[in-house]
Design a protein around this ligand. Structure first.
Ligand code: DGJ
Length: 741
């Protein structure tokens, strides 16, 4: 999959569907040639290097009025030598200079793909699944070696990149900026697509026309954030969900990031992704090395859905790992929205008993079970049961839950502490705080300094003890505030720019240790909902709580946006009570179920409060999900109709062989006397006959008709979604099962 033209030093990564081409310039730097649909391998590509003389330009070599880094498309631009766009790397030497000049040394091709030390990354299970080329570069003044790693996958239209820096010199260097990837596209006729929002409205889809200058999203909060996801896509103006070119860039990282597109004044587009350089500085001691997080670049000429499907397949199969990767996820019930902090053991038993009656498989005890945790002002850090609430401790409670025939799961917020806790009283110096400055709080809590090994150890020991004694099959790992006054007492003044990154390495380390100790433990990540819902977490936690907003109508947008990158199996999606806790909305129970089915399904309410009819519906929902969860998790997902643009949200999960599909159509507000509506489906076999079945609808049609003419959605006479109810109702949702006859 990697072809090298030794003479011209052109590297062609090609898996038959995508090509990525770069070369070594005369000056020794790496130049970018092409990324997109696979190109036929040919002798030479160097004619693709475009350079013209342009006034007011700084040239590299005296006498040469053509060669300027400003006008050459580069692979990984460094600061300071004739390129005035933002660089991918900036290194500060002992003499204070910040110029770095990387020159090509050699390359190495590796079958398969390496893992990254201490960092999440995509992986292969056998060497034939990917090929990797490592390009070794060197700055001779600093004796700095920089290794660019590019892996192309056989089965996914994706390229994974990371960069390793090794200081072979005698003095320390300061890494001010080291992005994970950079690419210079030959044209800028793109729109950028980003996933941005806030608490309870995470990952909304925003599309912008690129203009000269910078378009960027980032985080400086220590977590990847509710505000912006570590992802950026490019699409052509006429690209739709189903057709046209789209490029996706996703960072496998959970801390501060920057995703940036820069259009220069010659319509060249530079895209880069990596750790946010703002607030970052890494002291690279002599003989030390530093590895950037991995960035994944996807190309699709089948629209945004095509891009998403590549991410889904790669992340589901070769980023998520371990025991739960291919296993059916348990239907869970979580007590948070039902009880908050206010419960005792018998309440929980009643709660779980009813859940068992509905065939729910896992009971998750949320916040409030430990220390003096009766509200959010105390207790974090004391990971021992509050015996006033739980007289038999977690051990006793978990045994009782298992005796009911359910698995038991438990909430933790390992990275945080309240000042009112024994842990803080014992270790007041374990929090992130800047000397002689006040420390800000978030939700009355403070951030433990996970850049320090002894802090992570102390939390690990508490968690390990509990997990080894009690019957805990699942943990919900929460994180409810961002970092402020970032500083670690354990590090020297010239290493304070490392703390954000070291913190997240500590978070990964704790995850890794728990996974190694308890391989079948299912971890669900959470950060006040979706504040750290990123590809980095998926390596440790195969599912994540998408948002604290559990209202089905709000979830249409949140799940629609999340699906741009992340697979359905990783989206924690629950049916909650009405009126909804966050928005006060009343929605039909069917709609709540239908929306949550296309995720890791569960409940977030007290079933004892439902009517007999509602319990019957819940039982049917649980049975339906169990029957379909394997199919849904492994399906190809298509977004059909956007809740950002229309009064509908529609999506489709199709079996990879095209023989089955599940279509969810939700009409947000009721309409009266509306137009005829059809919904063109995707991914079916054109010549296959299918049976279409919804609650009240049943007919047969061929795949071509369903994809061209569309599936009939509405009752011609009333303009309603066909559901037999006859009346108008807001927030109606219908599930259509499409099965090959
Ligand atoms: C925030 C989470 O997102 C909620 O689901 C819940 O676990 C609370 N924290 C508990 O404090």
């Amino acid at each position: 999959m990697i072809i090298v033209n030794e003479q011209e030093k052109v590297f062609h990564l090609n898996n038959g569907r995508i090509s990525y081409l770069f070369y070594v310039m005369e000056s020794g730097q790496l130049g970018h040639l092409y990324f997109g649909k696979a190109l036929t391998q040919k002798g030479s590509y160097l004619h693709m290097v475009e350079k013209v003389h342009r006034p007011m330009t700084t040239y590299i070599t005296e006498g040469d009025l053509y060669t300027s880094y400003e006008h050459l498309r580069q692979e990984y631009p460094c600061y300071g030598t004739s390129d005035y766009r933002y660089p991918a790397m900036e290194i500060q030497g002992g003499d204070g200079s910040r110029i770095c000049k990387l020159e090509y040394q050699r390359y190495r091709i590796i079958n398969g793909k390496k893992l990254l030390p201490g960092l999440p990354a995509t992986y292969v299970e056998d060497e034939s699944e990917a090929s990797t080329v490592e390009i070794v570069m060197r700055d001779s003044k600093y004796a700095l070696e920089v290794v660019f790693s590019y892996s192309i996958f056989r089965d996914f239209d994706a390229i994974a990149r990371s960069v390793q820096l090794v200081n072979h010199g005698k003095e320390a260097l300061l890494v001010n900026r080291a992005m994970s990837m950079s690419i210079d596209f030959p044209d800028a006729a793109f729109q950028s697509v980003q996933l941005s929002g806030a608490w309870a409205r995470e990952r909304y889809v925003h599309v912008r026309d690129l203009q000269p200058g910078i378009t960027a999203v980032s985080s400086m909060r220590g977590n990847s954030s509710h505000q912006h996801n570590p992802f950026l896509a490019l699409k052509r103006k006429n690209t739709t969900e189903q057709s046209g070119e789209a490029y996706g860039f996703s960072l496998i990282y959970s801390g501060n990031f920057l995703a940036q597109a820069e259009v220069d004044n010659y319509q060249v587009l530079r895209v880069m992704l990596g750790i946010n350089p703002f607030g970052f500085q890494w002291k690279l001691d002599a003989a030390a090395n530093f590895t950037t997080p991995e960035a994944v670049m996807v190309y699709s000429n089948a629209g945004l859905n095509g891009m998403s499907q590549q991410f889904h397949r790669l992340y589901q199969n070769r980023l998520v790992r371990g025991y739960w990767r291919d296993r059916e996820r348990p239907v869970l019930i979580n007590n948070w929205e039902a009880t908050q902090f206010d419960y005792v053991e018998e309440d929980l038993i009643r709660f779980a008993t009813k859940a068992k009656e509905c065939d729910i498989e896992l009971f998750v005890l949320d916040d409030g079970w430990f220390g003096a945790r009766n509200d959010d002002k105390r207790g974090l850090g004391d990971w021992k049961a509050n015996t006033q609430k739980l007289p038999n401790g977690i051990e006793g409670l978990s045994k009782r839950i298992e005796a009911l025939g359910m698995k038991f799961g438990l909430w933790f917020e390992p990275e945080m502490v309240n000042k009112d806790s024994d842990f803080f009283r014992m270790h007041p110096d374990y929090i992130i705080a800047t000397p002689e400055r006040s420390v800000s709080h978030g939700r009355n809590q403070f951030v433990l300094d996970f850049s320090r090994r002894e802090v992570v150890d102390a939390i690990y020991e508490q968690m390990y003890t509990l997990l080894s004694k009690a019957k805990i099959s699942y943990i919900k790992w929460d994180m409810n505030r961002s970092i402020s006054e970032c500083y670690s007492k354990a590090y020297h003044s010239d290493q304070q720019g490392e703390i954000f990154h070291r913190y997240i390495l500590g978070v990964y380390d704790l995850h890794e240790r728990l996974i190694q100790a308890f391989p079948s433990l299912l971890i669900e990540s959470c950060a006040s909902g979706g504040g750290r819902f990123d590809a980095g977490m998926l390596y440790y936690a195969p599912q994540g709580w998408v948002s604290d907003d559990s209202d089905a109508i709000e979830r249409l947008k949140i799940q629609y946006g999340t699906s741009l990158v992340y697979p359905l199996s990783c989206m924690g999606a629950h049916v909650s009570a009405c009126p909804n806790e966050q928005v006060g909305r009343q929605t039909p129970l069917e709609t709540r179920g239908n929306v949550a089915f296309t995720g890791a399904f569960g409940y977030e309410l007290d079933l004892n409060k439902l009517s007999v009819n509602e319990i019957e519906t819940v039982k049917k929902q649980v049975a339906f999900y169990k029957e379909n969860r394997n199919f849904i998790a492994k399906s190809d997902f298509y977004r059909l109709c956007s809740p950002f643009e229309t009064n509908f949200a529609a999506w489709e999960a199709v079996a990879p062989d095209g023989k089955r599909a599940l279509v969810t159509v939700t009409r947000i507000l009721s309409e009266i006397n509306g137009p005829y509506r059809r919904l063109p489906l995707c991914g079916l076999l054109p010549e296959q006959q299918y049976h279409i079945k919804s609650q009240y609808l049943s007919y047969n049609a061929y795949g071509d008709e369903l994809m061209q003419y569309g599936m009939i959605l509405e009752d011609k006479s009333s303009g309603q979604i066909i559901d037999g109810s006859g009346g108008c109702q807001d927030f109606r949702s219908v599930l259509y099962e499409i099965t090959a006859v």
